[in-house]
Design a protein around this ligand. Sequence first.
Ligand code: AR6
Length: 179
Amino acid sequence: MTTIRRGETAIEVITADIITLEIDAIVNAANQSLKGGGGVDGAIHRAAGKAKLQEACRAIGGCPTGEARITDGFDLAARHIIHAVGPRWKDGTKGEDDLLASAYRHSFALAGDHGIRSIAFPAISTGIYGFPKDRAANIAVSECLAAAETGKFDRIMLCCFSSADAATYEGALTREAQT
Ligand code: AR6
């Protein structure tokens, strides 16, 4: 685990299953339909309680790429789920970087509006959506640092599923922290 502090905010990279975290909100790497899917999305839907979460997502209707929507956490330890839709990687010239940054920014904005002070993100877009991990890690870290500047968060976690991924996100965090 690597932690840096910015003002009152701790930014951490951890290796964990995001569904186990006892925190105000976990972020889901969702798709535009919000109907659930594979990867972390499937794990979150199963752990929150499929029927209840699907009903909440159905009522929302969907979410464009680069935005986010919030639901209750239902059976999770986390009080809320923020469903963020990252971009599918194409070749890097189709606005992928901006869309990924936007997914983080929308998530932080929603969290701030709901008084959420601790939040954990998975490595959005780097699984099924194929975003290069180094590039995604730099974007994630820079959005976390910007969010820390708002003073609205006590704890921001970048929750990786493997130690190899955590090493990538830790590298990005420590590089940024030195600048
Ligand atoms: N906890 C933390 N991280 C996880 C977990 C978990 N339980 N499970 C997987 N990861 P992905 P995407 C990591 O594919 O690339 C879905 O079908 C995983 O190792 O879940 O944004 C959606 O419905 C990877 O590092 O999301 C969309 O259709 C990261 O989470 C699509 O996949 C993201 O991988 C979204 O693709």
